[in-house]
Design a protein around this ligand. Structure first.
Ligand code: ADP
Ligand code: MG
Length: 696
């Protein structure tokens, strides 16, 4: 159902929704809040501590003072209760002067900050006591927004979508309960429609918890089910490209300027054995940032080449693809491996070059093809593609892999079969959970890091360190180094005091008028992103202000500082991944975690990053600290696999989903029984929708 068919949505609002990826009423229903605003009972002024939204009941003790500058009107006043005083400031709201009369008492709700010894609330909501009591303990959804789109508009549109849904007919649809009744009851799950509704508009924390549980269960369950199903089909597939172990890979290992770590060696042997085996390979290669996954990919490519086959390495960005290509060329030179003949193929390779590359791929003259998504376009015909490797989150699905198989038909037209596949990922998932998700045999883990490089120096700081942080960045850039500045959001969100890329770049350009700075975010077009990254790589940009999109694989060894704004808003795993972007070169590197608010809990959590640089250990400790109860927390970005589920946080649910899927399939492997039919249909739909996310 189109958005415009909903009451109150016109073409303009529809455009705004498109910007955040909501194209239909169905999308809207699944556009879950990123956070909830909770109207907690008011506290006394003495109890109000900086950080988070707080409500206090206070009486106005000084009449409002108005100050105008060219850009803003500031209205200031002071409130008091039996325990203390607090200053209130309002911006561009002169009309409030009438409301803020001395002697009136209200509930004021906003972010408390401390200036000197004085507590201050910036632009609080002003709510009458009676109304506040009604609102108390409700959870108001906070959505990810874009300029022009307000939270109110989204909430209203979501309500309209649900109204249309319950009318049925032409309205949006949820697919209807697909789990067998017995399962829903057994696990005490909420039904799906209630859950989706409640996740937008929960009555209370308890209902939100149950709703979330149900949606998390669904995400895990469908994922595991799909994986197992595909595995089953695959078990019957033969390796159409049997390889022999050759000397070429061993020779590379011998001639490398460093020694492979024990873990790299073990993982390489696993892969070598797979490639030489009779069964089709589907292997997930996991390893922390900087654990050295790339060389493993290259070794596999060398083995394929030495056996007379082609291999392809697909990267999520052009920058990364080019980086890999250049590394492989250098490896070929330095190790003198004649059998491998690399070629680069991306969207921006020029027409003539592209034609040449395509010809070489078709004829087999090139046998190590590196590129982006361009690798699976229809114009690319492989001579004998035996192995496909994808790097960093760039997952690719069954259909894509089958397409490769079809493309792998040689020029003589004979189909050559589905290529072996390896997927490399830095997402730290504890082994036991990885096994539930992917099955035991097919996960290789590099759990050891090359012992070299200067360790990154970390600092956990608050706003009082702001000036020092800017000076530090200035100093590094003057010395020729580069810096990343990371913000949780692209654009400012109403009612949230969180750094956004849009505001941050303005601040930085003002603070450093002579330093070239640029912006990177996930909503930019791929070509734009590539251009910005290339500019950063070639030092035309010295400060890069970005969201977590830089998390993915880029390698700019000259970048030595990372400043992470509102670090408390990110999961530790994400922070660790982000940090992995620095400390890649010969220079000492630094990571500054700027906490927008400092509580003991936040400090304790961020301090984990200071004491450990092991992604697995960090994920583990994060889980221990946060526990599974952190309900209102902002959804973590970066893991496209699941919308709201978090492998670490929701591990209990993951186990339950894994066991449930296993039991179900032991009983009815093909899901052909009558009571499982809706499940089968849902799984098929899920696989079609999440094509790219299901790794095989
Ligand atoms: P990631 O696992 O994050 O993809 P890379 O493969 O990019 O890591 O490796 C990071 C860096 O470490 C590269 O510069 C690579 O050459 C180097 N490296 C890889 N393995 C080793 C090793 N065993 N000893 C020393 N350096 C290594
Ligand atoms: Mg990498």
């Amino acid at each position: 159902m189109r958005l415009q068919e909903l009451k109150g949505i016109g073409p303009k609002t529809e455009k705004l929704f498109e910007k955040v990826g909501v194209m239909s009423a169905e999308d809207l229903i699944r556009y879950y809040p990123v956070h909830y605003d909770e109207y907690l009972p008011p506290v006394s002024i003495a109890e109000a501590v900086p950080g988070g939204k707080t409500a206090v009941r206070g009486t106005i003790v000084t009449g409002p003072a108005m100050r105008r500058t060219a850009r803003v009107t500031v209205l200031a006043t002071e409130i008091a209760d039996e325990t203390g005083k607090m200053k209130l400031v309002f911006f561009n709201a002169p009309y409030l002067a009438g409301t803020l009369k001395r002697g009136s008492t209200y509930i004021f709700r906003g972010n408390v900050t401390k200036r000197g010894n004085f507590l201050e609330m910036e632009h609080p909501e002003i709510i009458g006591q009676g109304r506040y009591e009604e609102m108390q303990n409700t959870l108001v959804p906070v959505y990810s927004l874009t300029k022009g789109l307000t939270g109110k508009t989204v909430a209203k549109a979501v309500r309209e979508a649900f109204a249309a849904l319950s009318k049925g007919g032409e309205g949006p649809r949820l697919s209807g309960e697909y789990l067998p009744d017995s399962l829903v009851h057994l696990h005490g799950l909420m039904d799906e429609e209630t859950a989706v509704r409640a996740v937008h508009f929960p009555e209370n924390r308890e209902e939100l918890g149950q709703a979330r549980d149900r949606l998390v269960f669904d995400e895990f369950f469908l994922f595991v089910l799909a994986m197992r199903h595909l595995r089953m089909l695959e078990a019957e597939t033969e390796n159409a490209f049997p390889m022999k172990k050759t000397w070429a890979a061993d020779e590379v290992i011998e001639k490398l300027p460093y020694q492979l770590t024990g873990a790299q060696m073990r993982v390489w042997r696993e892969i070598e054995r797979d490639l030489a085996g009779e069964k089709l390979m589907s292997r997930l290669l996991q390893g922390d940032v900087g654990s050295g996954k790339t060389i493993i990919a290259f070794l596999a490519m060398v083995m394929a080449a030495d056996n007379g086959y082609q291999s392809a390495l697909m990267a999520p960005t052009e920058v990364l693809a080019r980086q890999h290509y250049e590394k492989l060329c250098r490896l070929k030179e330095s190790c003198g491996i004649a059998c491998i003949r690399p070629v680069l193929l991306t969207g921006s390779v020029r027409a003539a070059e592209r034609r040449e590359a395509l010809e070489k791929i078709r004829s087999g003259e090139a046998n190590a093809v590196i590129g982006t998504h361009a690798l699976i376009q229809s114009a690319v015909v492989y001579q004998s593609l035996a192995l496909v490797i994808t790097d960093e989150q760039h997952r690719f699905g069954v259909r894509q892999r089958k397409m490769f198989g079809e493309k792998a038909a040689g020029p003589d037209g004979a189909a050559r079969g589905v290529p072996n596949a390896m997927v490399m990922s830095a997402t730290p998932i504890p082994r036991t959970l990885g096994v539930i998700m992917y099955g035991d045999l097919d996960v290789s883990v590099i759990d050891e890091r090359p012992a070299r490089r200067l360790p990154i120096k970390n600092a956990v700081v608050d706003e009082s360190y702001r000036e020092a942080a800017w000076r530090f960045i200035d100093r590094e850039v003057k010395a020729g180094r580069q810096a990343y500045v990371i913000c949780p959001m692209i654009e400012p969100a109403e009612g949230m005091n969180v750094a956004s890329v849009t505001e941050e770049i303005r601040t930085i350009r003002k603070r450093f008028p002579d330093i070239p700075a640029a912006v990177l975010n996930g909503r930019m077009k791929p070509e734009e992103k590539n251009r910005v990254m290339q500019d950063f790589l070639e030092r035309r940009v010295m400060i890069l202000v970005s969201t977590t999109v830089v998390e993915v694989g880029v390698d700019v060894p000259n970048a030595t500082v990372m400043l992470i704004e509102n670090a408390e808003r990110f999961g530790l795993a994400t922070l660790h991944q982000l940090r992995g972007r620095v400390g890649r070169g010969e220079f000492q590197s630094y990571c500054i975690f700027m906490a927008g608010m400092q509580t003991d809990a936040i400090r304790e959590r961020l301090d984990i990053l200071k004491s450990s640089d092991d992604g697995f250990e960090i994920a583990e400790k994060d889980f221990e600290l946060r526990g599974p109860g952190d309900l209102l927390g902002i959804r973590q970005s970066g893991d496209a696999l699941f919308k709201i589920a978090d492998v670490n946080r929701d591990r209990g649910m993951l186990k339950l989903a894994g066991e449930t899927a296993a039991a179900l399939m032991a009983d009815d492997p093909e899901l052909i029984r009558e009571e499982n039919r809706p499940l089968r249909e849902r799984m098929d739909a899920y696989m079609a929708e999440n094509e790219r996310n299901i790794v095989l």
